[in-house]
Design a protein around this ligand. Structure first.
Ligand SMILES: N[C@@H](CCC(=O)N[C@@H](CS)C(=O)NCC(=O)O)C(=O)O
Length: 236
C-alpha cells in the first residue's frame, strides 16, 4: 500500500480545508479510496517551490498543484476510479471545466471571502484566531491586502455588487444546464470536473457568504448534484 500525505490549509466550517484546491485533492483521494494522511499546516513545506497548497507526497514523490496531482493519481493508481476519461473528447471536456473552475470560478470565492467585511471577519476569526495578539494586528490585514491586490489586478473589484451577484447566479444557471441530462458535470460518473467545481460551490454555501445567501436555491439539479457529491465524498 502506498504512503500518501497531503498538506493542506486549515480545516474549517466542518470541512477538511478552507481551500477549494486542497478539498479537490482530498476528495480525489476519497473517491479513489486511497488511504492517506492529511497534514494541516500554516505554511507550505520548504520543498514546495510555488509556496502554495495543496502539495502531496506519495511514496517519497513530491507533487505540487491540484491538477498535476489529480493527473498523477490516475497514472499511479490505474485500478481506481479514473478522474480523467480515456476518450479524447470526454477528456477535453473535463479539462476545460477544470480549467474554468480553477482559473475563473475560484476567484469569485476569493472575491466574496476577502472583499466583503462580514465574510472576511468570519473567515479571519477561524484561520487567524489562534495567532498571538501582536500578530493579529499584522498578518490578517496584510493577507487581505495581498488578496485584494490580486482581485484588483484581475479587474474583479470593479464589478458592482449587483454584477458580482449576477455573475455567480449565472454560474448556478450554467451548472444547472449541464446537469439537466447527466448526474455529473461530464456525464455518468464523477470526474476531475466535478472535483474542481464542487469545492468552490460547497465553500460558498458552507461559509454562508452574506453576499450570496440562498443564491443556489433556485437550481434544483444543482442542489441534487451537491447532495449526491456530499454523500459520495464523505468519509465513511
Ligand atoms: N494552481 C494551484 C493553486 C493553489 C492555490 O492557489 N492555493 C492557494 C490556496 S486556495 C494558496 O496556497 N495560496 C497561498 C498564497 O497564494 O500565498 C493548484 O491547483 O493547486
Amino acid at each position: 500500500m502506498s504512503n500518501i500525505e497531503v498538506f493542506v490549509w486549515a480545516a474549517a466550517e466542518g470541512l477538511p480545508s478552507t481551500s477549494p484546491f486542497c478539498l479537490k485533492v482530498i476528495y480525489a483521494l476519497r473517491l479513489k479510496e486511497l488511504p492517506h494522511t492529511i497534514t494541516v499546516v500554516d505554511r507550505p513545506p520548504d520543498w514546495a517551490t510555488r509556496q502554495k497548497l495543496p502539495v502531496i507526497e506519495i511514496d517519497g514523490e513530491r507533487i505540487e498543484d491540484s491538477t498535476t496531482i489529480l493527473k498523477r493519481l490516475d497514472v499511479l493508481f490505474p485500478d481506481t476510479p479514473r478522474l480523467y476519461p480515456t476518450l479524447s473528447q470526454q477528456k477535453a471536456e473535463v479539462l476545460l471545466v477544470e480549467e474554468w473552475a480553477d482559473q475563473s470560478l475560484y476567484w469569485f470565492l476569493v472575491l466574496s471571502r476577502w472583499s466583503v467585511d462580514a465574510n472576511f471577519d468570519r473567515f479571519a476569526s477561524i484561520i487567524f484566531g489562534k495567532l498571538p495578539p501582536h500578530l493579529q494586528q499584522i498578518i490578517p490585514p496584510a493577507a487581505r491586502e495581498n488578496n485584494l491586490t490580486r482581485l484588483g489586478n484581475l479587474g474583479l473589484l470593479q464589478l458592482t455588487p449587483e454584477e458580482r451577484y449576477e455573475r455567480v447566479r449565472e454560474v448556478g444557471w450554467i451548472l444547472e444546464q449541464r446537469l439537466a441530462s447527466n448526474p455529473y458535470l461530464s456525464g455518468e460518473v464523477i470526474t476531475a470536473a466535478d472535483l474542481s467545481v464542487f469545492p468552490v460551490i460547497q465553500l460558498m454555501i458552507t461559509c454562508e457568504f452574506v453576499d450570496l445567501v440562498g443564491l443556489f436555491d433556485a437550481f434544483p439539479q444543482l442542489k441534487q448534484w451537491l447532495a449526491r457529491l456530499e454523500k459520495q465524498l464523505a468519509t465513511t
